[in-house]
Design a protein. Structure first.
Lengths: 365, 277
């Protein structure tokens, strides 16, 4: 276990200042449009002080308790994903001269060193999956290399969270530069990388007391204990693929709007499509990519045929991939238990409930 | 890190009209050093990029030792391929590749080879047929079964006649709908198997074409005692990035563009023919 030190609440700004003076662009949680999102932060006043969230299938609300906690809420709609896998980005540009010759120029990102405050364990697990998926993608990897990640061990999971069941939280075990337990009086802080160690060395910290440590342990235990949702086991490949004709898929197809919200908020979904944007003067064209979703009709298009023309087959593709065939691709489930697809589904489909229904019959049969 | 998304420039050296809607583009890199270092295997494909229009995956049909040209046979069916059909000699394209896994030619050495294809001169099968015929001594008996819907659909008709004259090579054609000048049988490609003697333990089978045709052929071959691991097939899905990133071409755990397009049958068997995958 990393050595833990104590940062009094009144000194929290020293961490932000240290990163700013080291040249980092700082991104952290802020309240915008009634949700907690990750944007640029300048001072600690930008953080969602006192806020709590209430989440349920298809439901998200914020309220301010007036207390001093900065991180006493569960994840909003955004993950780390937009910071590494851009929602839309140019890949390259091609110039065409009068002879028709083509010159291709890549648009590789050159991101400033970026510190992200408040990263949750579920999102670190998802980042690890995407870093593996995009291992030979220079666009993703340039952004990933620019990040300095400050994790928060989750103290207030939402009712939709089930990271304890997937094994990805509530505590952050790996993949961060710094990790913090937020206590009433301040923060237990530890480093997870050499860069993190160096940053810690520049702060004036106090020794962590046994009481601090005990508070952190109790808080983490509670964060684990309050979670009620779960998935039936870690490898659902066999169970799901044995139930491809389960009537529940048709029922899901009737509820699901095929809107793609779940894939947009999912921190592990990686599908994207490329688009061509030719200039009207005929001399140049821009080639971009943007997030795509297996809930679109174009996703499974192949010369005149849409393989998944109905919503039931699209939902089945998403769930059997996320919880099933993902295992063979990445050696683990594609679900990190963040619960976003439950909260942000406009009709409140709860994948934990659906998979339980579908696989329960598998267990019986 | 190489940028797998960035095309390189090629020039159309020659354009051959194969049938009313099928054509071959013979391409060469404009940078001679890129052309000299380009290596691929039969069954692999390239992403061809047309300025202002986009990219499309196309199988390479030239021989790996033909250092002059990279041949791509294309059927004008979609947005990009219809635009590619209008290109003339001298036009410039972008190219990314070679991508994916090709045919199991190493395993096939010394074995009999059965190639069953359906549809319009399935390009991935043409590449492997040409490869074997150029190296005839490395392989055993070669059987080529080609099925088409309408006898007029068959492209490369002369080529089939030439192939049939090669030593130890059998070529059989079938069409559902036939015209008077049809040189083959009437019916599905699977009916041709009645006229073929297969040595089940030393035959490698390579399939390419519509999935119902491949499934029907596999059922018949398994019944004839061909071991499942001896059967290989070239799959088609919505391949956009070509490097296993974009997710469109997945069949269960498989990225067709990266893990295929040529697969050993047991690898794709669990979801082959399952609607929606």
């Amino acid at each position: 276990m990393q050595t833990q030190q104590f940062l009094p609440r009144s000194q929290f700004s020293s961490l932000l200042n240290a990163l700013q003076s080291s040249g980092y662009r700082c991104i952290g949680p802020t309240v915008r449009d009634g949700a907690i999102v990750y944007t640029d932060v300048e001072t600690t006043a930008d953080f969602p002080k006192g806020f709590r969230d209430r989440q349920a299938p298809g439901d998200y609300h914020l309220e301010n308790t007036g207390d001093d906690r900065l991180f006493a809420w569960a994840n909003g709609p955004q993950a780390l994903k937009p910071l590494t896998f851009a929602p839309a980005e140019p890949l390259w540009r091609v110039a065409r001269d009068s002879s028709g010759a083509l010159a291709f120029t890549p648009f590789l990102p050159e991101p400033a060193p970026t510190a992200v405050f408040g990263v949750r364990a579920c999102d670190l697990a998802a980042l690890q999956i995407q870093t593996q998926h995009f291992q030979d993608d220079p666009y993703f990897q340039a952004r990933r290399a620019s990040l300095f990640l400050i994790a928060i061990h989750c103290s207030h999971p939402a009712a939709t969270c089930f990271c304890a069941a997937t094994g990805d939280g509530p505590n952050a075990d790996t993949g961060f530069d710094l990790a913090l337990h937020e206590l009433d009086s301040g923060f237990l802080i530890s480093a997870g990388s050499e860069t993190g160690e160096q940053l810690l060395a520049s702060l004036s910290l106090q020794a962590a007391t046994a009481s601090h440590q005990q508070q952190a342990v109790v808080q983490s235990e509670q964060a684990r204990a309050v979670q009620t949702r779960s998935l039936p086991g870690h490898d659902l490949t066999t169970a799901l693929f044995a139930q491809l004709e389960h009537p529940r898929w048709q029922a899901l197809g009737e509820r699901c709007l095929s809107c793609g919200n779940c894939t947009a908020v999912c921190p592990t979904c990686f599908c994207h499509a490329q688009t061509e944007h030719p200039k009207l003067d005929g001399e140049a064209s821009l080639h971009t990519r943007q997030w795509d979703s297996c809930f679109t009709s174009g996703h499974s298009y192949i010369h005149g045929i849409t393989l998944r023309s109905d919503t039931a087959s699209r939902y089945r593709q998403w769930l059997t991939h996320k919880l099933g065939s993902w295992q063979a691709q990445f050696g683990r489930s594609g679900c990190v238990g963040c619960g976003r697809c439950i909260t942000w589904c406009p009709v409140g489909i709860d994948l934990t409930e659906e998979v339980a229904q579908i696989c329960e019959q598998a267990a019986d049969g | 890190m190489d940028n797998p998304y960035l095309p390189r420039e090629v020039e159309v050296i020659e354009r051959i009209q194969e049938s009313p809607d099928t054509f071959t583009l013979r391409l060469r890199f404009t940078d001679p050093s890129q052309h000299a270092s380009y290596r691929y295997a039969p069954g692999q494909f390239n992403m061809l990029y047309l300025y202002g229009v986009g990219e499309v995956p196309i199988s390479i049909v030239s021989d790996i030792e033909d250092v002059h040209m990279l041949d791509h046979t294309i059927r004008a069916v979609g947005r990009v391929t219809k635009a590619l059909a209008t290109l003339k000699t001298g036009a410039r394209l972008g190219i990314r590749g070679p991508l994916g896994q090709g045919w199991p030619l190493r395993q096939a050495q010394g074995q009999d080879v059965l190639i069953v294809t359906g549809g319009l001169g399935c390009a991935p099968s043409v590449s492997v047929i040409r490869h074997i015929l150029r190296r005839r001594g490395q392989f055993g008996h070669l059987t080529i079964l080609q099925g088409v819907k309408h006898s007029n659909d068959l492209i490369w008709r002369d080529q089939y006649t030439t192939w049939a004259k090669q030593p130890d090579t059998q070529v059989l054609l079938a069409a559902d709908v036939t015209t008077a000048d049809w040189i083959g049988q009437q019916g599905l490609v699977t009916t041709l198997l009645d006229d073929v003697n297969l040595a089940a333990t030393r035959t490698i089978v390579m399939l390419c074409g519509p999935e119902p045709m491949m499934i029907a052929t596999i059922e018949r071959l398994l019944a004839d005692g061909i071991p499942p691991t001896q059967i290989w097939l070239s799959m088609e899905r919505n391949m956009q990035c070509g490097v296993g990133h974009c997710g469109h071409c997945q069949i269960g755990p498989l990225f067709v563009c990266r893990d295929g397009p040529v697969f050993n049958y047991p690898t794709v068997a669990p979801l082959l023919g399952v609607r929606g995958f």
